[in-house]
Design a protein around this ligand. Sequence first.
Ligand SMILES: *[C@@H]1O[C@H](CO)[C@@H](O)[C@H](O)[C@H]1NC(C)=O
Length: 767
Amino acid sequence: MRLGTLLLAVASLTSAVNAYWMGDIAHRGYAPFAYSGYPVFRNVKDYGAKGDGVTDDTIAINAAITAGNPCNQGCTSTTTTPAVVYFPAGTYLISGSIKPAYFTQLIGDASSPPTLKATANFAGFGLIDANPYYTQYLNWKAVNVFFRQIRNFVIDTTNIPPANAATGIHWPSSQATSLQNIVFNMPTASNVVHVGLFMEEGSGGFVTDLTFNGGATGASMGNQQFTMRNLKFNNCKTAIYHLWNWGWTYSGLSINNCGVGIDITAGSGKVETGSIIVFDSSFTNTPVAISTSWTTASSPDTAGTLVLENIALTNVPIAVKGPQGTYLSGSTGSTTITAWGNGHKYTPSGPVEFAGALTPNPRPVSLLASNGRYYTRSKPQYETLSASQFISARASGAKGDAATDDTAALQNAINTAVAQGKVLYLDYGLYRVTSTIRIPPGAKIVGESYATIMSAGGFFNDINNPKPVLQVGSSSGQAGTVELSDFIVSTQNAQAGAVLIEWNLASPASNPSGMWDVHTRIGGFVGSQQQVGQCLKTPGNPTVRQECIVAFMAMHITKGASGLYMENVWLWTADHDIDDAANTQITLYSGRGLYIESTSGTFWLYGTGSEHHVLYQYQLSSTQNIFMGMIQTETPYYQPTPNALVPFPSVSSLNDPNFSTSCSGVSGNCAAAWGLRVLNSKNILVYGAGLYSFFSDYSTACSTFAAGQTCQSRIASVEGTGCSNVNIYGLNTIGAQSMLTRDGVSVAWYADNVNNFPSSVGVYKSG
Ligand SMILES: *[C@@H]1O[C@H](CO)[C@@H](O)[C@H](O)[C@H]1NC(C)=O
């Protein structure tokens, strides 16, 4: 054997041993509403991509994406054609944009992330253009771009001349989307104009573990709201530029050797950045950490709201710089900003306009890592496991065809995986279940694309006798740890008693359970029978159709549960039909969003949303030690026709709001869904909240400042003498007259806190 051949043989043996399980595993995903034989999984090499750094792989990669004709140019949105486009390790040379379809994930080898390397004459808006401008408009309406991921890549623009426009990823996107584990390599020349991540619109969203090297701007972004975690910027002229936003939460920024860290100066006359919250972050060798256009006289009143907490500076002479000079000095040595901000504060009454130091939140030790930062953990990708350490749900007999009763087969598959210490792989499919699926301690479940567990039948349809669809831990307080990622829980047809996820497990704070990219999608998709055909909106008509009562509660964290880390979790009741070409609006009734009544608490909610539930989106009762950032909510579009008292009877044992005392003497639409309701709870630390009410009986006329924000009277409530340290940074509300009430009395009025579209309170502290 010649030496070269031997080396090749060794290399291929090594790669066989180390290959990421996702490439090796048998691919059994089944999309029941696509044509038979539709490929869910696509390995780009099977479509001719070489990944050798020499061959132009653009056409081959896009062929892998378009195989089976998923939702591309001209398609509104879909849930019927899921796709996982997998890239083995290698360097893929591309001369034009990679354009993922709707409901598609681009996933690289997690143990050896592949490089997408642009040719010198690359043409396109983004090496990955996730929402192309085929016309003057984005291909998909940015606020309806859901259920997409890109992870494990190196995006390399260094072949493109620095002065030529180049964009790494174009990502106008919304809820239930994520970017994870991506490095952007750009030139560092002084004339560089490259941008790593660009997004101009949307209602996000979550990204984590991104590194930006070089470039003019690491990330240039406009979006309603986002949660971004663990982003590193090295040698960028500007690390982050905000085109606009309503609210934004950054945790774990590491900005090194940049000209400016975060630039929030956009807008001439009108400040375009609504608010940003930055905590547990560091800036190093950067002349200006944050550049703002906020002044005591800037407009709108609260635009440019900024809150900083636990920020380490090393050789950063100016921490915050504005039109009126240096607002906060840094240091040519090292210093830490304990807490500082500008905007409006209520501590607990106000508004007080301020720019200066703040008292930092008291951080419960159970929520912290050893470095004093809030604990974080990225979605596990199991890169040390081999394919043999996964058990396939479909190989275990579950069909995933949205019709067969998969209850027993799915339960057996879960139990077998746990007994054998393996990961359950939920191949793509819609698994219809007619009684509770139990997830025992030790379970690890990973979905392919957005595999869906869907409840059906009479067991789940008693509004007076709710039943969990997924029950994590058999009884409240059972000890153990589980890891769940990348799947959806849904219901089919009328399911008035369905609690989609019941969380009973008590996990230690030092080794919490986790949910990553696990969502509820209640209605609005083929297979749900909760679509335009059944539940078309009926503006002006409050009559409830029984077949449109589709859930009792999205997620219930019970009294004995504790120690759960949630990241990028969207508890969505559909407001429109994703599989309808016009995205027509529908009226569905889901009683409650997320209810936490755990007595010992200890929960982390990074990048979560809860939308269109009847009584509340988030309710916390007699609980404690909860980190939430950012949370995003929307009130059902049909309210007040009917209002939140309909159709779910108030259950006092669940501390349901009944709007009797809280609405007495309050004018307007008072019996409306709470965005956030906190009862007798302590150490509830919210880092960013977007609580929105855009509609009244399907009309948006109520949600403007001109109309007086009359969609509903109140939207956030802190109640009970048991409340302490219920603290909110960046409270942004839309459509509500009162932004927050304490024990039924309004604390903050929208008109006192006008921002660029929401009203914003920089800091609320309950005391
Ligand atoms: C309504 O809710 C309040 C707490 O908000 C509670 O004190 C009262 O007992 C409830 N009323 C009924 C009839 O359940």
